[in-house]
Design a binder for this molecule. Structure first.
Ligand SMILES: NC(=O)c1ccc[n+]([C@@H]2O[C@H](COP(=O)([O-])OP(=O)(O)OC[C@H]3O[C@@H](n4cnc5c(N)ncnc54)[C@H](O)[C@@H]3O)[C@@H](O)[C@H]2O)c1
Length: 383
């Protein structure tokens, strides 16, 4: 690997000067579990003021305000109320469960407010298309909350691919997945059809897709053969003391797919919240001149924690080398900072919908193909 690729790790990305003369006004829509991480990040920024909070559950946003010392924030009972009541907002974080991503994002963009939308983009491809139409009309920022994008290790995957070290990429294997990891400790919003909409695919599969597709420039998906199952989620014995979760479970706990991408590239995808295996494997990128192995982690959440390995043949010898792993600090805070910087500086999203629409199209394709029991063509409507 050339020195300038390894030198990329030596750049310092953390000591930028911040202009605190104007405070960016932020609203939070949905004050559940992940909103805590958004607030912690915003509160650490001297140039940000969280002015409004909304949650559908009466009293929840008040309690959240109290917990975070935001007694001055105005409280609302829905995204629409908040957007109608706040005329000077610079941005909102949408922290609702998946099924409310599309309506909340559309309402915010129509109100002329910049949006940080938690992942997954939406539940269906049609919803993502509608959000993008609202984005286009509004001219506002829409960025999707994939914090692993802020990891220098993750960015290194893209740099390795772009360096040409691997040659032409022709095969991707999405790895990861959990042995036992249905996220029920946080209530049922992840597992109920009417709130989560999609399960392991929307929770962690979207990260897995982003890791690989982001690295190779998000080629368009063409066809998809998908499979989904719910054997663990629907089994009351999975949840000792909480058999009612099995009743509530209405999404996928495992998915696999074979996806053809533009440019003759194959994606072999699998993701799991629960399975009788320690891991669904490492993530792999195969190219004509080299291969890259990205190690699987125990609790897959879109990041990795060990060095990657490059495989090559040099001078007739098969060789392997490790890519040094770098600790990257607080990725969540970096994601929120990048949203605030986009508002202040350039109006450009860090994780644009024009890329993540393909991520969503694959998840949507898997759902449709699994239902039909056959391969489907992936068609993305004009935005
Ligand atoms: N980036 C990450 O690391 C990460 C981690 C966890 C969850 N998430 C994502 O964050 C989202 C939320 O997850 P969570 O665990 O916080 O869910 P949660 O169920 O704990 O909280 C969601 C909250 O949104 C509220 N809500 C729903 N629709 C609303 C609306 N229209 N207006 C106002 N409030 C509304 C609900 O009442 C609920 O309190 C999910 O999409 C999830 O995928 C991201």
């Amino acid at each position: 690997m050339t020195d300038n690729i390894l030198d990329a790790f030596k750049e310092n990305h953390d000591n930028k000067e911040i202009d605190v003369s104007k405070k960016i006004k932020i609203g939070i829509i949905g004050t559940g579990w992940i909103a805590d991480a958004h607030i912690d990040a915003y509160k650490s920024m001297e140039d940000v003021e969280v002015v409004a909070l909304a949650d559908l559950v009466d009293g929840k946003a008040e309690a959240f305000a109290k917990k975070h010392g935001l007694e001055n924030a105005r409280i609302y009972l829905s995204d629409e109320e908040l957007l109608a009541g706040e005329k000077e907002l610079d941005g909102v974080s949408i922290c609702t469960y998946n099924c409310q991503h599309a309506p909340c994002a559309i309402h915010a963009l129509e109100a002329g407010v910049n949006v940080m939308l938690e992942k997954p983009f939406t539940v269906t491809l049609d919803e993502a298309v509608e959000v993008m139409r609202a984005e286009k009309k509004s001219g506002k920022i829409l960025t999707i909350g994939f914090q692993p994008r802020m990891s220098e290790n993750m960015q290194m995957i893209k740099k390795i691919v772009e360096s040409g070290e691997l040659g032409k990429i022709y095969y991707l294997q999405a790895g990861g997945g959990r042995r036992r990891g249905i996220p029920t400790p946080f209530g049922t919003s992840f597992i109920a059809k009417e709130t989560g909409g999609i399960g392991a695919m929307g929770d962690i599969g979207c990260y897995s897709l982003d890791m690989l597709l982001g690295a190779i420039g998000y080629p368009k998906p063409l066809t998809c053969t998908g499979y989904t199952s719910d054997f663990f989620g629907k089994d009351p014995s999975y949840y000792p003391g909480h058999p009612e979760y099995a009743e509530k479970f209405g999404v996928d706990d495992f998915a696999a797919a074979f996806v053809r991408l533009e440019g003759g590239i194959i994606l072999d995808f699998r993701i799991s919240w629960a399975m009788n295996m320690d891991t669904a494997g490492d993530a792999l990128i195969l190219g004509t001149k080299g291969g890259l192995r990205i190690p699987s982690t125990e609790c897959w959440n879109g990041e990795f924690d060990k060095p990657m390995t490059v495989y090559k043949t040099v001078g007739g010898k098969d060789i392997e080398y490790k890519v040094p792993y770098e600790p990257c600090g607080d990725l969540f805070k970096k994601k929120i900072r990048s949203f605030v910087d986009s508002i202040k500086e350039n109006g450009k999203p860090t994780v644009p919908s024009s890329e993540i629409i393909y991520n969503q199209a694959i998840i949507d394709g898997i759902v449709r193909s699994a239902k039909l029991g056959r391969e489907i063509e992936v068609e993305i409507p004009e935005i």
